[in-house]
Design a binder for this molecule. Sequence first.
Ligand SMILES: [Zn+2]
Length: 59
Amino acid sequence: MDPLVRDGLEVLMAVAVGGMLWAAIGRLRRGQIRPPMCPSCDRPASRASDHCKHCGAPL
Ligand SMILES: [Zn+2]
């Protein structure tokens, strides 16, 4: 195979795989950005903490 064509195919593969990874990361981040709502004060709470950072209520 022409080395130029092989290089081109490798670049295309890298771009395709990178694009798929990027899309997966984007989906993941969008899912994580939406935080749980505090049942007590109805404000977005941090997923990292067990308690609401606004009113301290347990989530
Ligand atoms: Zn709260």
